[in-house]
Design a protein around this ligand. Structure first.
Ligand SMILES: Cc1cc2nc3c(=O)[nH]c(=O)nc-3n(C[C@H](O)[C@H](O)[C@H](O)COP(=O)(O)OP(=O)(O)OC[C@H]3O[C@@H](n4cnc5c(N)ncnc54)[C@H](O)[C@@H]3O)c2cc1C
Length: 423
């Protein structure tokens, strides 16, 4: 059976890996000239199983209201005359109900744990070389109220079978000595030793090289214009190559991994995907003094900023903005990430040479990805991974390959049948 994977980001390339392993003939198509050039390009780098709680939680509406009008707010909603945005926002509010947050957290934790395990297996099987660190993730707290909740959060993580330790300020500095240079050191933290971090772009490039050796075909510089269907089946994909040539690609089955652009391509088929682009920023900063730069991946819980050491570079990422498909770099956002680095690790990096970037997280209101069957018989989804697309990539794609091979995936997760049960 020939499968055409649409999109070569984290979701698409890992799908290709597990589908190939399942014995299928695989082709991947993407509009960029190489894999992982859009949202999977420069994310925060965290494999963060220890952060399963979605943005949509009972405290979120109040927090978002508090942040309204603040330029440096971690989450910003820019209202547009866009019905899709308002419908998404209404669903987000519904997902903030305590019992929905609980169910979503449980499912995300289950998939994320499975995914980290599959990533470890993939590395062991392939010997794939990419920049990564297995030193865990330390969540640091600077606000007394949030720090007071550390024991409860550790208990919740344990209930989801996620190993995490409560740390006082001294223990945080023992785990990551660079924190000692902070102007205001953390009040406490949660350390998840089994979590890891790594460069997603580097990983995807290495995996693509391996897949090519294994006979997977990649068609780059090719824009997907639409999907043709007859009698409930996709029978081809209309594309335009870089030189303007129009063509049609055909396969037996199709897997949609187009990130934030996924809903646009399937809307004409009558499929309504609850995915909205949530813009985030990162800066990649050269390390100037290794003794002052962190090596353990960190999450600043108050400012919603994550930071990962990727070789000689410090990757710092954060902010969320609901403003359609806008990809302009806002100087204020970049400046606030730089200010965070300067404050947190004085003298550790060369901020003059920081490289800014932004990307659109393909986000569902619940932060649960859409994995499984669409309403068309031979079209499958592996999209909508939101804030945790790197964390959940291998598990989502392994589960998809199981579903497409008629097997029951291992994680207890609401995979899609013929209908969306989340929308
Ligand atoms: C600032 C930031 C920080 C983040 N930090 C983390 C983190 O620390 N840990 C974590 O787990 N996740 C993180 N994420 C989330 C993660 O990066 C995303 O969930 C993930 O990259 C999504 O992958 P994807 O393959 O679904 O989408 P993409 O990487 O966007 O891939 C979609 C592909 O489809 C292609 N495409 C789209 N439309 C078309 C078309 N019409 N024709 C042809 N090709 C098309 C694109 O070129 C692209 O290659 C972060 C995201 C951001 C923005």
């Amino acid at each position: 059976m020939h499968v055409l994977v649409l999109g070569a980001g984290l979701a698409g390339v890992t799908s290709a890996w597990y589908l190939k392993k399942a014995g299928l003939d695989v082709t991947v198509v993407d509009r960029q000239s190489a894999p992982a050039m859009e949202t999977s390009f420069a994310n925060g780098g965290q494999i963060s199983v220890s952060h399963p709680e979605p943005w949509a939680n009972p405290g979120a509406p109040l927090t978002v209201l508090r942040w309204l009008g603040r330029d440096d707010a971690p989450l910003r909603f820019r209202p547009r005359a866009d019905w899709h945005q308002w419908r998404w926002a209404a669903s987000f509010l519904r997902e903030c109900l305590p019992w929905r947050t609980h169910a979503n957290t449980r499912a995300i934790a289950e998939l994320a744990r499975y995914s980290r395990q599959r990533l470890t297996e993939l590395r062991a099987e392939t010997g794939l070389q990419y920049t990564h660190s297995e030193r865990g993730i330390l969540h640091v707290f600077f606000n007394a109220r949030e720090a007071g909740l550390i024991p409860e959060r550790v208990r919740t993580l344990a209930a989801h079978h996620i190993g995490a330790q409560a740390c006082d300020a001294n223990r945080c500095i023992e785990i990551e000595p660079a924190l000692a240079h902070m102007k205001t050191p953390p009040l406490g933290g949660i350390y998840a030793p089994d979590d890891e971090s790594g460069d997603a772009h580097d990983f995807i490039n290495a995996l693509t090289t391996r897949l090519r050796q294994d006979g997977v075909r990649f068609i780059f510089d090719t824009r997907i214009d639409g999907l043709d269907h007859t009698g409930g089946l996709i029978d081809g994909v209309r594309v335009t190559h870089q030189d303007g040539r129009k063509a049609r690609l055909e396969a037996n089955s199709y897997v949609l991994c187009l990130g934030s652009y996924s809903p646009l391509l399937v809307a004409p088929l009558g499929e309504r995907l609850p995915i909205y682009p949530v813009k985030g920023y990162s800066i990649s900063v050269p390390v100037a003094d290794a003794s002052r730069a962190p090596t353990v991946s960190l999450t600043d819980e108050a400012r919603r900023i994550v930071c990962s050491r990727l070789g000689d570079t410090l990757r710092v990422a954060g902010t969320a903005e609901l403003n359609g498909y806008d990809l302009d770099l806002d100087d204020k956002r970049v400046a606030s990430l730089k200010a965070w680095v300067a404050r947190s690790f004085p003298g550790a990096t060369d901020l003059e040479h920081a490289t800014p970037w932004c990307g659109l997280r393909p986000t569902t209101p619940s932060n649960m990805p859409l994995i499984g069957k669409s309403g068309l018989l031979n079209l499958y989804y592996n999209t909508g991974h939101g804030t945790l697309g790197w964390t959940m990539a291998c598990g989502s794609s392994a589960a998809l390959a199981d579903l497409m091979s008629g097997q029951r995936p291992e994680p207890d997760f609401p995979f899609l049948g013929r209908r969306f049960d989340q929308d």
